[in-house]
Design a protein around this ligand. Structure first.
Ligand SMILES: Nc1ncnc2c1ncn2[C@@H]1O[C@H](COP(=O)(O)OP(=O)(O)O)[C@@H](O)[C@H]1O
Ligand SMILES: [Mg+2]
Length: 275
């Protein structure tokens, strides 16, 4: 049976002073062990969903549940929740808190009150894993954006979350760093972490995700495996999201009658995938 890590049940959330709800009766379940992508137009509520997912915001109506239990909002509970549900903000500046890279990565562990020896060991491991060892002593404000992004991921991963939430992680990354990030996510997923990533990059979604959520106006409008979701062209066109380029080409009307294409289509699609 499918297990869900985090569930949104008819969740409403409206920002103070806003005319419309940011989340409007959102029901969504994040399946354990999947690589989930969250897509939707600007302003559809992706970031708001993340902020509710780790308890930074509280629903005005409805429930957010972690492993079947409604979240509580006291300090102690939230501290524990944020260890299990790691959120990586779109803008790394929002994430970094300490002066040096090493201090930044150890910050969350110190908050958990772990023994010093364990903190030291975990920080060293994280520095190595994210290619930050030579930058350990560097002040975070001297880093490039790509390096800051890596530190912000290390900050969260060092806590060993069960669910990793990434808000548009490739927004500030060039091609090389995007590839590195995808390689990192591959390792993170292989080690048993469930991932939910919000992104605008549909090619990336197609190459990476095994489950896709499509949101519009604070609601879930479509979900499923990539092959299924990208077949719902009309819905995606109506939302002005379109479909991945490779999909556009391989399923174009002009080529529909090509028997050769029919034979190789699946092979090409598989080659395109990261996994
Ligand atoms: N701090 C805020 N104050 C008021 N309204 C906000 C705030 N943040 C987001 N919103 C509004 O909430 C809606 C959802 O925004 P957001 O969750 O940021 O969407 P997305 O991440 O999908 O672009 C939008 O209409 C946005 O304008
Ligand atoms: Mg956003």
């Amino acid at each position: 049976m499918q297990q869900y890590l985090l569930e949104f049940e008819q969740v409403h959330y409206t920002y103070p002073g806003a005319q419309q709800s940011a989340l409007n009766n959102l029901t969504l379940q994040i399946p354990a062990n999947k690589r989930c992508a969250l897509i939707g137009q600007n302003g559809c509520g992706k970031t708001t969903l993340f902020l509710l997912a780790n308890g930074l915001y509280k629903p005005h109506k409805g429930n957010v549940k972690w492993q079947g239990e409604a979240l509580k909002y006291d300090r102690k509970y939230l501290l524990q929740l944020r260890q299990k549900v790691g959120l990586i903000f779109q803008d790394p500046e929002q994430q970094l808190v300490a002066s040096t890279v090493e201090e930044d990565i150890s910050y969350g562990l110190c908050n958990l009150g772990l023994p010093d020896t364990e903190i030291k060991q975990r920080v060293e491991q994280a520095l190595e894993e994210f290619g930050l060892t030579t930058l350990a002593e560097r002040p975070v404000h001297h880093l490039s954006l790509g390096q800051k992004k890596r530190v912000s991921i290390a900050d969260v991963m060092v806590l060993r979350p069960q669910l990793l939430l990434l808000d548009e992680p490739t927004a500030y990354l060039d091609r090389l760093h995007t590839r590195n990030l995808m390689a990192t996510l591959k390792k993170i997923h292989a080690s048993g972490t469930t991932i939910l990533m919000a992104t605008h990059d549909l090619d990336l979604v197609y190459r990476w995700a095994d489950w896709i959520f499509v949101m519009d106006k604070g609601q879930l409008v479509l979900e499923g495996e990539p092959e299924y979701v990208f077949k719902q062209r009309q819905i995606l066109e109506d939302l002005q999201l379109g479909v991945p380029l490779i999909y556009e080409m391989l399923f174009s009307e002009e080529l529909a009658e090509e028997p050769v294409l029919e034979r190789v289509r699946q092979k090409i699609l598989n080659l395109f995938r990261y996994f």
